[in-house]
Design a protein around this ligand. Structure first.
Ligand code: ADE
Length: 225
């Protein structure tokens, strides 16, 4: 998979993709990530990328020309399966979306700043808009990092133990059951007996039951479907 990200503050994206599973995915050839500095496509001597909004109101808007020029350049080099815009005024990211996107070949992600981007970019180029939650970040970069992380770990082969990604919270609309590791007893707190029993059908049953209990208590909305 190849992921291109357009950002007005590319430094924010220097670190998130250079550690742990994402780093290994890149090293093992599953993934290529390229960050593009919108400022390089800015207008005039000052490399302007934002301007005040028509109709008045506080906050700057990312301009149509620099973004268009950047998207056109990237689209001349490869065909993108999705052009995604990270924005709080969109549908919220969920595991289904992450699963779908993990099967794509080339993804282009545009991150906004200030008041957002000129609407005409959204109308013309964006194929999918994604929010990571009902709160507003200073920019879309951290949201893009969250999106990329959620996708990359699902690319077949990236996580060694495939089963591990398949049993995550949300994969079957349930939260994960509790997990434990050694020691079996610590300061009087014991690991549930069933997990030490070696009876794997029973353990599966217990885990499903706990997953339902947790989901019912914390996220009953997930059980509605
Ligand atoms: N940019 C600013 N806030 C955001 C959010 N919640 N999700 C995605 N992009 C954003």
């Amino acid at each position: 998979m190849r992921i291109d990200i357009i950002s007005a503050v590319p430094k924010l994206l220097e670190s998130p993709f250079n550690h742990s599973i994402i780093k290994r995915a890149k090293e093992n050839g599953f993934l290529e990530i390229k960050i593009h500095d919108l400022r390089n496509y800015g207008l005039g001597n000052y490399k302007q990328i934002d301007d005040t909004q028509f109709g008045g109101g506080a906050g700057m808007v990312l301009m149509i020309e620099p973004i268009t020029n950047c998207i056109k350049k990237l689209q001349s080099e490869r065909k993108y399966d999705e052009v995604i815009y990270m924005t709080p005024d969109a549908k919220t990211l969920n595991q289904t979306t992450a699963n779908t996107l993990s099967l794509r070949e080339n993804i282009l992600i545009l991150t906004g700043h200030y008041k957002g981007i000129d609407q005409r970019i959204r109308d013309k180029y964006i194929t999918k808009e994604i929010s990571i939650g009902d709160y507003v970040l200073t920019g879309g970069e951290l949201a893009a990092a969250v999106l990329v992380d959620s996708i990359v770990r699902l690319i077949p082969g990236v996580i060694g133990d495939e089963q591990s990604a398949l049993t995550d919270s949300f994969q079957d609309n349930l939260l994960s059951p509790p997990v434990y590791t050694r020691p079996a007893e610590f300061e009087g707190m014991k690991v549930p007996e069933i997990l030490l029993s070696g009876n794997f059908p029973k353990i599966d049953e217990w885990r499903t039951e706990k997953a339902y209990e947790r989901t019912k208590e914390i996220r009953p909305d997930l059980l509605k479907d």
